[in-house]
Design a protein around this ligand. Sequence first.
Ligand SMILES: Cc1ncc(C[n+]2csc(CCOP(=O)(O)OP(=O)(O)O)c2C)c(N)n1
Ligand SMILES: [Mg+2]
Length: 345
Amino acid sequence: MVQRTNETIDQPLPYPRDRLLEFLEQMVLIRHFEEKTMEMLARNRIRGYCHWNIGEEASVVGSVAAMTEQDQIVTSYRDHGFALARGTAPGAVMAELFGKETGCAGGRGGSMHMVDIARGFYGGYGIVGGQIPIAAGLALAADYLGEDRAVIGVLGDGATNIGAFHESLNLSQVWHLPVVWLITNNQYGMGTSVAEASAEPDLYKRACAYRMHGEQVDGMDVLAVYEATKRLLHRARVEREPSVLEAICYRYPGHSYADAGKSYRTQDEIDRWKQKDPVRTFPRFLEEHGLMDQAGYEAIQKRVDQQVHEAVDFAERSPFPSPDSLYEHLYATPTSASTRMEQNA
Ligand SMILES: Cc1ncc(C[n+]2csc(CCOP(=O)(O)OP(=O)(O)O)c2C)c(N)n1
Ligand SMILES: [Mg+2]
């Protein structure tokens, strides 16, 4: 597994301080935003599903931070954090969760279908693995059009067992498509552990079946994820070589609101992973390097809380989409049964 091992407090970090603080602020934003969505769900302001990135912040922020402006990303339904990390306004993400017109998908997508094409975020997908062939298609388009960009195709560990994963990996290697397959291995697909579901639990090794490069990274370490993703995106963009990056991470809450997350894992296991909580370990790391003090961390938390508060306020004040717009953004104009009868007469 790729881990940063050789850093000591005396060695300067190869990043500007502001960049590191930005990583932290984004991770704290995702954590606080997601916690607020739990509250809004309980208060019935958000309806339907919610799948949170809590615990996965380092994998989300590290990978998205490695993208260029032209690069594109497509994810599963566990997508709120990816939209926030890519720069979609927290208000637009919250409004989408509320089903409001000002949401980033016009209130039509909800939690599982965030989208922000202007920022190269081609959406969350509710169908497990539905986004995988789409990532291959985006990468094919980049190649076909000769565009200088690469694609991150994000998927969960569970999605590595569907056929489209293998078809897309194969095609991406055969055609040398500029894509990084980022597997967020959070240890479970709903209540099924990777060991129970996968004959080869080292998921990055599946790449070798397609003669593709694959590696594993500590998904609780934002800098390790950033460095690995940056390197592999460059390889995709410049050398036209796809790869698999397996980020080993953990989700602290249940799978979604309907799962308490207790029946298939022990408290001891959760506690062990909490030792690696990026929202706690990264501030300590920055303090040890003299880049931030307690007051600095509190200022970040305060700023983020204000942003989340404003996001909720924006979502509350926004209108629902007008019923007149029901048939907008569809591939076909629906006709009623009576119109069809008239047409057929
Ligand atoms: C085709 C399909 N089958 C089943 C489901 C139900 N389902 C939703 S999430 C999920 C587990 C996916 O696990 P994983 O890929 O590890 O992603 P994670 O939720 O852990 O991020 C399943 C089976 C679905 N949404 N789509
Ligand atoms: Mg999973």
